[in-house]
Unconditional design. Sequence first.
Length: 101
Amino acid sequence: CAASGYDLSFIPDETFDHGVSFGVLLYAPHTEAACRIATGLLRTVKPGGMVMLGQINDPSMRPFKPKGPEGNWGVPPLYWYKLGYELGLEVSVVRGEEVYS
C-alpha cells in the first residue's frame, strides 16, 4: 500500500509478519519525524516479526541525497539503538542496516 508514513493509523496493530522501510527515513525533516515513522511501522508488525529500516549507502547516489537539518542522510544509527532499547526490541546491524525484532 502507499500512504504517508506519518499516519499509519488505518493499519491495525500487529497486522504484518514483517515490515520494510528502505530509502524512506532519510527524507524525514528531523529525527523526531523519522522516529514517528519508524514507531508507526513497528506498531503494525506482529510480536516476533522483523522490521528492516534501510537507507541508501551507495556513494554514487550522494549527488541525489536530500538536504536537511540532520546531516542529509537521516538519523544516526545510535538513535535507532536507543529507540529499540526503549521499546524493548532486539536490534541487530546487518550489512550496515538496522534490523528490529
